[in-house]
Design a binder for this molecule. Structure first.
Ligand SMILES: [Zn+2]
Length: 1186
């Protein structure tokens, strides 16, 4: 019923108790730790199995149990080796238990594992591994063992050791007829609630009689009427091992909840069971039992931890040593403090005196006398002032002291008597009047009965941890949250054979001894290997003959690897040993050999101290694993004297200079170069080496971050400093500014005034031609500078009239000198997408506003000769009823562009974009589309819904952009909807009305010019196939492929179509569909996956369904396996695209997380509510013969 009562709650247990949360888990390769000084093995916790561990240790330290188990040989149990054989009869549970016991006794490891055993129980899931009640486990385990041993000589093992009988009797007062009922038990369950201890509980159960009288009469079978009767119970048969389960867990019916009884419950080390037995005439020794195991439960009702105190009866563990140490420490402590304290505390003093008394009570005045005798002080002198009269004091502590009825004598209460176990105790218990004159005091002749080791060899076995304890530590477990839960007594008569003492091998069968010996040998070997591995250090020897000294450091003349000789050596060896090893490694070495510590620095290899003192250990001189050692003559390398030590460390300094415009490519406004200086170089020398006269040096303290505020000018006073003293280290940047670059420096503060990173130039050329000469000027700007500011600066620099500002605009100049459309005044450099360093023309006229459209147009028919005109028109948005306003894009596939037909240069492309930006009816995300294909905004048309697709194409042909192309007929045009800035749906029927296409209000159309006419039928799919370039991650230009899918739209058919298109055998190609929005390629089947022709037709799905969703315009990548065996379809562009997507997703995630933070504060509270898992009954599965 309390199946799930003890679900392990780790929250209040320190980590090492239950094995969870250990920080330094040993690596798998490392052998398990050996036993500690106790020489006993713990058991690992599998995550909630401490209850099992406690019981297993108790059984192990029941020598009679383990020996009975060991006596069962393979002829009865089978062997574990056969356990996988289907027909073999293997009793796997007792076999695993034997093996575990052998490991616990003999294997030199700190803790054994129970996984094999729990597996044999059929416990595989976490559910089954969860904490259960140890009392329940005890019964289930015994039952499983009994079942497992049926038909063997061990069939009665459990019964032999644990079976007892209780007899219940009802005696009729009239006819004296006795009605009797027997009960078997393997353990006795005793009440805790309202009971002071074990003896009282047993007294209530087996001594007290219950009477049937008055209203409550008994029906006697013999008299055949209701009679007065007495009911009693007695122990009829005592087992050799008596297991007591304490009922600490109860149910409070008022509160309707479980609770743990934490009140004090004493139990003796030795107990005489005679008073509770039916037969009482035997010798005392027949009734004496000794405590040898206490399973302790720590925690509350719904969680906890088990550990066990066990008396090591055979003295297998090393207990004495620790005990001795304890005693020494204790004695010292006693001398130092305890003594003084004890004198201070009258309670302890009085308890001490009373506990030493032979008689249970002594007269109060005699107690005062004894105090004076033993401690040398009288009560009145020492304590009266503080504590009052002695008698009063004793009365004030009724929980400790007990008075005789006449209040003349005083003694200790029973529980304190137990705490101060005395050599001889007389009848001393607060019991109701005794019946039958039975002396049930178990401590009557304790000294005679207990052997010399009594009180010794107790251990606390707590999962992996085993610690020696003192017998009196058991008393701590009488009460509280951590308290005794199961008690195990053994009959005192059971004596251990002398040869078993201190001999863990005793009675273990040969095959297990051999197995453990082999396992220990293996463990020792592993530990030895591990030890030498732990002490071995790898050194790297660099030979001076392979090095050259230049640019401030040593550089290998060969590759790095060839210069290094690896050497592994035990760190406990001396430097002399090392030197010897180096000599052996380098047979050809001649002359002095100096070993210097070397370090690879960014500038190269640098040398530090010379290793000296051949008698010192490598560990002692601090030689670490992986250290670099330079082997040389101590003076020079390749004829160059080498400066060593930290004062001469070479430092690589990153030297930045402002770039000429656009010199460093996009976004690079510095040129960078690396220079090496010794860290002792003076700054003045550094400046001389780097800067022209009049130049200054700035230091960046923050590494790669080149923000203005981080730059700091080295002042004249700093010039005496060294590279090291001003904090210039490897990778530090200095900025060199020429005299004319210094306008950004606020010399008084030493800081830059602008974000250096962004500073660059734009050039402005005067196109207003107010003067004869065309002048152009450099205008410094950042990407955030607004165009109108650039214009004003330019006007000033060009020394033009300020009024010109009202009638001028800036227009980018393309590479071939063409003036492009003006940049709006309120745009920043960034918004205008101007490259740093690019040229702008200052022109007459006004820049368009955001609602205006800047158009080029040509008057006349000859494109080449007619002058291009420009016009700014106001964009209007009125559309007639029943008309669609459709933005038209001009589609140029990349293949056309590559061939150079009408290739727009980038700046022209931008012009298109800017126009589109101003007129885009959608108004959202106006982005220039540049994928493999280019969409160029051509303008918008207004067209009736009834018009046909052909009409739309005709009208589109009139747009200026389209006129550049020679398009003879609408059938030379393909029309696509625009979907996510890509061609979407192909509109194939020229005669169909636009309304029937259901294009929607916000449709955009792109028009693709063709080299020849095209009339696609409804069953013809238009694909763009592109052949991979062998050996490269790229493709040749795509070509259009029309594929008839009226018969079959399968993998097989497509492969055939593509193969025939390229005139390749169908088994020599590999094809994949491209998903441009994901930058991914999905291979379309592969040759090896081909299925037979008959099956294929039925099973293969159309490519138009998932996962390919093949549609018009899809890109199909093709690999020619004859030339290219890589099956990777992706391109470098895909990698870039994916990385960008990943970054975007990451940013999105971050911002979402930030949003959620608030919500989390609330939801966390909910999470803290602990939900108890449903109870699971504990069971051990015993298979047939297992
Ligand atoms: Zn009767």
């Amino acid at each position: 019923m309390f199946g799930d009562l003890f679900e392990e709650d780790f929250s209040f247990i320190s980590n090492n108790h239950c094995g969870k949360g250990k920080k330094s888990k040993p690596r798998d390769s490392e052998p398990p730790a050996p036993r500690d000084f106790t020489n006993l093995s713990g058991i690992k916790n599998q995550g909630g199995t401490c209850y099992l561990n406690s019981l297993l240790q108790t059984l192990l330290f029941t020598p009679e149990f383990r020996e009975a188990l060991f006596s069962l040989g393979p002829e009865e149990l089978g062997t574990l080796d056969d356990s996988s054989k289907p027909d073999a009869k293997v009793r796997i549970i007792p076999l695993q238990l034997q093996r575990l016991f052998a490991q616990l006794l003999l294997l030199d490891q700190q803790a054994a594992s129970t996984t094999d055993l729990t597996e044999s129980f059929g416990w595989n899931s976490n559910e089954e591994m969860r904490q259960h009640d140890v009392q329940e486990l005890n019964r289930i385990l015994f039952s499983a063992l009994e079942t497992s041993l049926v038909g063997t000589s061990g069939h009665d093992l459990i019964n032999r050791l644990y079976h007892g009988i209780v007899v219940n009797q009802i005696v009729c007062k009239e006819c004296k007829n006795i009605s009797e009922r027997q009960e078997d038990f393997l353990d006795l369950t005793v009440a805790v609630k309202g009971v002071a201890g074990l003896e009282e509980a047993l007294w209530n159960m087996y001594v007290e009689e219950e009477y049937f009288e008055n209203e409550n009469l008994y029906r006697c079978g013999a008299c055949d009427k209701l009679v007065e009767a007495s009911k009693s119970a007695k122990l009829r048969k005592l087992p050799p091992f008596l297991t007591i389960s304490l009922l600490r867990f109860n149910f409070d019916f008022e509160k309707c909840e479980r609770y743990k009884e934490t009140s004090c419950y004493t139990f003796p080390i030795q107990i005489n069971l005679r008073p509770f037995c039916e037969q009482t005439e035997m010798d005392d020794s027949e009734y004496m039992y000794e405590l040898f195991s206490v399973i302790i439960h720590k925690g509350g009702c719904y969680g906890g931890h088990y550990h066990v105190y066990i008396r090591d009866v055979d003295e297998l563990g090393n207990w004495q040593l620790q005990e001795e140490e304890d005693r020494l420490i204790e004695d010292k402590a006693l001398r130092d403090t305890e003594n003084a304290k004890e004198v201070e505390n009258p309670l302890a003093v009085l308890k001490g005196i009373l506990s030493e008394e032979e008689s249970k009570q002594i007269p109060v005045d005699q107690l005062g006398q004894k105090l004076l005798e033993k401690k040398g002080v009288s009560w009145n002198k020492k304590y009266r002032k503080q504590y009052g009269a002695l008698r009063k004091y004793l009365q004030n502590h009724p929980q400790t002291f007990q008075f005789s009825p006449d209040e003349n004598k005083v003694g200790l209460k029973e529980k304190h008597k137990l705490l101060f176990k005395s050599a001889s105790q007389e009848q001393d218990f607060q019991r109701p009047p005794q019946k039958n004159d039975v002396h049930w005091n178990s401590e009557k002749k304790p000294t005679r009965l207990r052997d010399s080791s009594a009180g010794c060899h107790w251990f606390d076995l707590n999962d992996s941890k085993v610690q020696p304890i003192k017998e009196k530590d058991i008393e701590k477990q009488f009460q509280g949250k951590e308290s005794a839960y199961m008690l195990f007594y053994r009959k005192s008569q059971l004596k251990r054979p002398p040869e078993a003492r201190g001999n863990p091998r005793y009675q273990i069968p040969e095959h297990l001894l051999n197995e453990m010996n082999a396992a220990n040998t293996e463990l020792q070997k592993k530990r030895a290997e591990c030890d030498s591995a732990n002490h071995g250090i790898d050194l790297r020897l660099h030979l001076s003959s392979c090095y050259k000294f230049h640019n401030g450091a040593l550089h290998p003349s060969l590759t790095w690897k060839e210069n290094v000789v690896d050497l592994t050596i035990d760190r406990r060896k001396t430097l002399g040993d090392l030197r010897q090893s180096v000599f052996q490694k380098l047979e050809s070495w001649e002359g002095d050999m100096i070993l210097s510590i070397a370090k690879p620095l960014p500038a190269g290899l640098h040398l530090y101290q010379i290793l000296d003192g051949d008698e010192l250990t490598l560990d002692g001189i601090g030689l670490a694993d992986g250290a670099d050692i330079f082997v040389w003559n101590g003076k020079e390398v390749g004829g160059t004297k080498v400066m060593t030590g930290p004062d001469h460390e070479p430092v690589v300094i990153n030297v930045l200079r402002l770039a000429e415009y656009n010199e460093g490519g996009k976004g690079q406004h510095f040129t960078e170069s690396q220079h090496v200086f010794s860290c002792s170089t003076k700054l003045s020398d550094l400046r001389r080496a780097l800067a022209p006269s009049g130049g200054i040096i700035l230091k960046n303290g923050s590494g790669p971050d080149k923000e203005a505020k981080n730059w700091e000018v080295f002042l004249e006073g700093d010039m005496k400093e060294t590279v090291k003293s001003v904090g210039l280290t490897d990778g530090c940047s200095v900025l060199i500014l020429d005299s004319h670059d210094q306008s950004f420096v606020n010399v008084s503060s030493g800081n830059l005034t602008a974000f250096t990173y962004d500073i660059s130039w734009l050039q402005v050329k005067n196109f207003c031609r107010t003067e004869d000469e065309e002048k152009h000027v450099k205008i410094t700007a950042t990407i955030e500078t607004v165009m109108s500011d650039i214009k004003m600066k330019a006007i000033r620099e060009l020394q033009l009239e300020e009024e010109l500002a009202n009638d001028s605009c800036l227009r980018p100049v393309s590479g071939n000198g063409k003036l492009l459309s003006p940049v709006p005044e309120d745009y920043t450099v960034k918004e205008a997408e101007l490259k740093m360093g690019s040229l702008l023309g200052l022109c007459h006229g006004k820049a368009p506003t955001s609602t205006q459209l800047f158009l080029y147009f040509i008057v006349g028919s000859d494109q080449n000769t007619s002058p291009e005109m420009e016009i700014v028109v106001e964009e209007t948005a009125s559309v007639k009823e029943g008309f669609l306003k459709i933005p038209i894009w001009w589609f140029k596939s990349s293949s056309h562009m590559k061939r150079g037909e009408n290739t727009p240069d980038q700046v022209n492309g931008m012009t298109c974009k800017m126009d589109a930006l101003q007129v885009s009816p959608a108004g959202d995300s106006p982005e220039y589309i540049h994928t493999d294909m280019d969409l160029c905004y051509a303008g918008s048309i207004e067209i009736a819904g009834e018009a046909s697709l052909e009409d739309l194409k005709m009208q589109a042909m009139t747009l200026p952009c389209c006129q550049e192309q020679i398009v003879p007929l609408p059938s030379f045009l393909r029309a696509w909807t625009v979907d996510s800035k890509r061609p979407g749906k192909l509109l194939r029927n020229n005669k169909q009305q636009l309304n029937d296409y259901k294009l929607g209000a916000r449709v955009e159309i792109c028009i693709e010019p063709l080299q020849k006419e095209e009339r696609l039928g409804p069953d013809e799919l238009l694909l763009r196939v592109q052949m991979g370039i062998p050996g490269e991650r790229d493709y040749y230009d795509s070509t259009d492929l029309v594929w008839d899918i009226s018969k079959e739209c399968t993998t097989w058919a497509l492969r055939q179509r593509v193969a025939s298109h390229y005139c390749l055998p169908v088994d020599k190609i590999e094809i994949a569909k491209y998903f441009p929005e994901k930058f991914e390629w999905l291979p379309i089947s592969s040759w090896t996956q081909q299925i037979s022709k008959r099956k294929r037709k039925k099973k293969q799905e159309s490519l138009q369904s998932a996962p390919y969703h093949l549609k018009d315009g899809d890109i199909i990548g093709v690999k020619n396996l004859l030339l290219d065996d890589t099956k990777d379809f992706s391109t470098v562009r895909d990698d870039v695209g994916k990385e960008k997507q990943r970054q975007l997703a990451l940013e999105k995630k971050k911002s979402r997380q930030a949003e959620r933070l608030q919500d989390h504060v609330f939801s966390e509270e909910k999470l803290n509510i602990k939900h108890r898992k449903p109870e699971v009954a504990l069971s051990i599965n015993v298979g047939v013969f297992r």
